[in-house]
Design a protein around this ligand. Sequence first.
Ligand SMILES: Nc1ncnc2c1ncn2[C@@H]1O[C@H](COP(=O)(O)OP(=O)(O)OP(=O)(O)O)[C@@H](O)[C@H]1O
Ligand SMILES: [Mg+2]
Length: 280
Amino acid sequence: MQNVIGIDAGGTLTKVAYINDQNEMAFKIFPSNDFAQVKHWIEQHAHIQEIGLTGGRTKQLLEVLNTMKSIQYLVEFEATIKGVRYLLKKEGHQLKRGIITNIGTGTSIHYMEDTEHFRVGGTGIGGGTLTGLSTIMTGISDFNEITKKAHDGSRESIDLFVKDIFQGMEPPISGHLTASNFGNVSILKDKKHKDQDLLATIQGLVGEVISTLSIQFAEERKSESIIYIGSTLMNNEHLKKVIGNYTILKKHHPIFLTNSGFAGAIGALLFKVEQSKQTS
Ligand SMILES: Nc1ncnc2c1ncn2[C@@H]1O[C@H](COP(=O)(O)OP(=O)(O)OP(=O)(O)O)[C@@H](O)[C@H]1O
Ligand SMILES: [Mg+2]
């Protein structure tokens, strides 16, 4: 099966899933603004014969790859759900139904029940928002630096919490909930903020919008579990904490899967593997 790979050419990142020399599934990431790197990697792996390709930048990648291999286009949602089902099984989850929230450059939300699935909505607030706002507000654009610094940051002086408004009173809802993301800035009139605090607060904004929307869809569909996937969660404990805590507070069950950013590429690989088994 080493001659088959799956590629997910996303808005920001191109993910590759392949079978390595030890016969295990392995992964590679390339920036989607430099497809020559993907082409070079495929050329270096001359044994690759078949490619399952998915993602919004499929057409752009195809133009760079030209007709170098046998390439089959797969619908992104189908490939992603197939990858999610594989990862759920691998990690021992047995779900009848669930909301799947894919936090990519933007965020796409799906509902899955038994063998069926469909898109229920989404938001433009996603990983691109996280890196974009971080770059504009702090000058830090490297994703790993953003997540590392955010981890040490505090939201206290920038966000306005319910307890900040209801001082000396019993608030009608939990005092620790965010009343207004970034809402404390204009009130405190404190213009100086540490990069790490700004980065933590941006993660709070992004995570809370995404989890709030996901929870609403979960309630509408009477689904207990919400599976959060996408490369935005990769090595990003702070965002996972924001999303996980809020989801639990709202009485839903958050699931974070290892390598979830590769779900689309895994699905594309599995489609091709199944196909070649059928034809051999
Ligand atoms: N090495 C990296 N470089 C840039 N962004 C990264 C990196 N690692 C993680 N990210 C984060 O992951 C996000 C992209 O996630 P993902 O790969 O799931 O989306 P995509 O497939 O490119 O986009 P979409 O699905 O919306 O087309 C980025 O916006 C950023 O927040
Ligand atoms: Mg994607």
